[in-house]
Design a protein around this ligand. Structure first.
Ligand code: GDP
Ligand code: IMO
Ligand code: MG
Length: 423
């Protein structure tokens, strides 16, 4: 068997959580491969709404095994808070949620370092989620990290050494902080975590594949936030692209099957950094209002703009996307005209490839298509799609060279339409 990978193609918040939940019944196992509680994956069904940060989005569909892979960074305090909400709402986790021993722990001092580094950057700050993601991955790469498996071996010593090192850095930055509450909640999180199965998830995942079980890998963030291919330095600190599933779960590249690439019918970004198609007018405000574009983790207003096909084509290429999924189509239901950026104008010249730097001097070149002006939120099948909407889908497929297999017309699990069901 192969693993299928589902990941975001834009700047995150494309709707990954919703679609993982929708697809989970087709799989035996769901596994997160990177990121941490910087993610906020929203699921809505049966009148309930949940936001998941570290727990995979396959947790609500029956008794499927969900795995937090080695590529994930885990904050025990936030994990405890998230898990307790699920358990209290009748979704027992302990038997079905497995955590890689190799996943790195976000320490309380990582969160403080995140804030201190952002403060030191001043106007050049990244606008991180403040969850300690960058400092934790930094420690991982510089071989100073503390891992989930360390909780069971010499933990006090390892934690103490990392904390002392962080406190020295904070002192050199003259950064004032109070660790007491954070550390207390974190230690309670560590105790809570001990009830879960700590696993060698690379063996577990590969054994599932050997036994003919199907695995869906869930990405966090999006390709434009990837540490290598995103709009550096305004990115997160992990590989959000498909290759991240290989390193974040121990899956060999030749084990990758379908790559589901998710995008919104328009585009959003939260935090700082370049965004060529960003709108600063009432059209952008309308997208924000209709799309409820406020961060699910930080509550920050998301910046909105038209779809960027130059960036999307790049994402399709980097990830080897085999199937596209378009989210939030309904948000554009009332627009007279839909615009799509098909090229960038840089120094007076039109280019259709994603350049090294998009920080400034990039002017989007737009194609315009007629809006469909139809409420799509109650539609159940592609037979109901208005002509103009089909024209938008065809245009995108031609531009991107990959078929759009799923269209989402609302936040609820039920508002999901699969296209071309016959393979
Ligand atoms: P993720 O991080 O990729 O899982 O996405 P988020 O959960 O951060 O953001 C997506 C938001 O859009 C959530 O509030 C979802 O409930 C919502 N959503 C998902 N799909 C649709 C859709 O098709 N239409 C609308 N209107 N909202 C959607
Ligand atoms: P999901 O999985 C949107 C952004 C932050 C910031 C940058 C770095 O819900 O799509 P970090 O805290 O990772 O160091 O912040 O990345 N960012 C996200 N934006 N969705 C996310 O996750 C994000 N995770 C991080 O806003 O610009
Ligand atoms: Mg999100």
């Amino acid at each position: 068997m192969k693993v299928d990978v589902l990941l975001g193609l834009q700047w995150g918040d494309e709707g990954k959580g919703k679609v993982v939940d929708v697809l989970t019944p087709k799989y035996d196992v769901v596994a997160r491969f990177q990121g941490g509680p910087n993610a906020g994956h929203t699921l809505e069904f049966e009148g309930q709404k949940y936001v998941l940060r570290s727990i995979p989005s396959g947790i609500f569909q029956g008794d499927k095994v969900n795995i937090i892979g080695n590529g994930v960074v885990l904050d025990p305090a936030l994990f405890k808070a998230e898990a307790e909400v699920l358990e209290a709402s009748g979704h027992p986790l302990k038997e079905r949620l497995h955590i890689s021993k190799k996943a790195h722990l976000i320490l309380p001092t990582h969160r403080i370092l995140d804030a201190a580094y952002e403060a030191a950057k001043g106007d050049a700050k990244v606008g991180t989620t403040g969850k300690g993601i960058g400092p934790t991955y930094t420690d991982k790469v510089s071989r100073n990290g503390v891992r989930v498996g360390d909780i069971l071996h010499n933990f006090e010593q390892k934690y103490g050494a990392a904390k002392a090192r962080h406190e020295q850095i904070l002192k050199s930055l003259n950064y004032e902080y109070d660790l007491t509450e954070l550390e207390k909640a974190w230690m309670e999180g560590i105790e809570y975590l001990k009830q879960f199965h700590f696993v060698d998830s690379e063996h577990e995942v590969n054994n599932y594949l050997k036994d003919g079980k199907s695995v869906l890998c869930e990405g966090a963030q999006g390709t434009m936030l990837d540490i290598d291919f995103g709009s550096y330095p305004f990115v997160t600190s992990s590989n959000t692209v498909c290759a991240g599933a290989c390193t974040g779960l121990g899956v060999a590249p030749n084990r990758i099957g379908e790559v589901f690439g998710i995008f919104k019918a328009y585009c959003t970004r939260v935090g700082a950094g370049p965004f060529p198609t960003e709108l600063f007018d009432e059209t952008g405000d309308k997208m924000c209002t209709l799309g409820h574009e406020f961060g699910s983790v930080t509550g920050r207003k998301r910046r909105c703009g038209w779809i960027d096909l130059v960036a999307l084509k790049y994402s399709v290429m980097i990830n080897g996307v085999t199937k596209l999924i378009m989210m939030k189509s309904d948000v554009l239901d009332t627009f007279d005209t839909i615009k799509a950026c098909v090229a960038y104008k840089v120094d007076g010249e039109e280019i259709d490839y994603f350049p090294y730097d998009i920080t400034e001097g990039v002017e989007p070149v737009y194609a315009e298509l007629p809006g469909w002006k139809t409420d799509m939120t109650k539609m159940q099948s592609e037979d109901e799609f208005p002509e103009e909407f089909n024209a938008y889908l065809t245009f995108l497929e031609e531009q991107l060279g990959v078929e759009i297999k799923i269209v989402s017309v609302g936040p609820d699990r039920a508002q999901t339409i699969e296209r071309y069901t016959e393979e």
